[in-house]
Write a protein that binds this ligand. Structure first.
Ligand code: FEO
Length: 173
């Protein structure tokens, strides 16, 4: 039997959809970076795609554990072109700010439903969003400094090429 309200389940299912959309958006950015020959930037986006899928699965597993019914909705088509690496990363930053807003709304709903287990699960996402915004913002700042300096961009490409995916359960909290 479900120990979680239908309203909460529906909102969490919407968030699963939003996390998969985020994955899709970043995979689309990976394809853009691939097309302009920036393989390190593409690698960063491919890792981000995996992270977003892991976010979706974290909520999926939680809903199932609480006896709720996971439902999957249509995934919106993401954009496929950006004007520059800076344009793409400004989009990442704005997107993450939007996701933070969604997580905050879920936390508010959990409180109003007196669903403290869901509120507790969402704490991980609240902390994660601080990191997500900070890492996007750091890259935006660097890209602004680099401007039109091709060498700086290539150095950054090699730096972002180092990023590796770490599944959430292996992260030290
Ligand atoms: Fe799932 Fe980028 O937050």
């Amino acid at each position: 039997m479900a120990s979680i309200s239908e309203k909460m389940v529906e909102a969490l299912n919407r968030q699963i959809n939003a996390e998969i959309y985020s994955a899709y958006l970043y995979l689309s950015m990976a394809a853009y970076f691939e097309s302009v020959g920036l393989k390190g930037f593409a690698n960063w986006m491919r890792v981000q795609w995996q992270e977003e899928l892991a976010h979706a699965m974290k909520i999926y597993d939680y809903v199932a554990e609480r006896g709720g019914r996971v439902r999957l909705y249509a995934i919106e088509e993401p954009p496929s072109e950006w004007n520059s690496p800076l344009d793409a990363f400004e989009h990442v930053y704005q997107h993450e700010v939007k996701v933070t807003g969604m997580i905050n709304e879920l936390a508010e709903l959990a409180i109003s439903e007196k669903d403290y287990a869901t509120y507790n699960m969402l704490q991980w996402f609240i902390a994660e969003q601080v990191e997500e915004e900070a890492s996007a913002s750091e890259i935006v700042e660097k890209l602004r400094l680099i401007g039109s300096d091709g060498r700086g961009l290539l150095m950054m490409d090699s730096e972002l090429g180092q990023r590796q995916f770490t599944p959430p359960q292996e992260e030290t909290k």
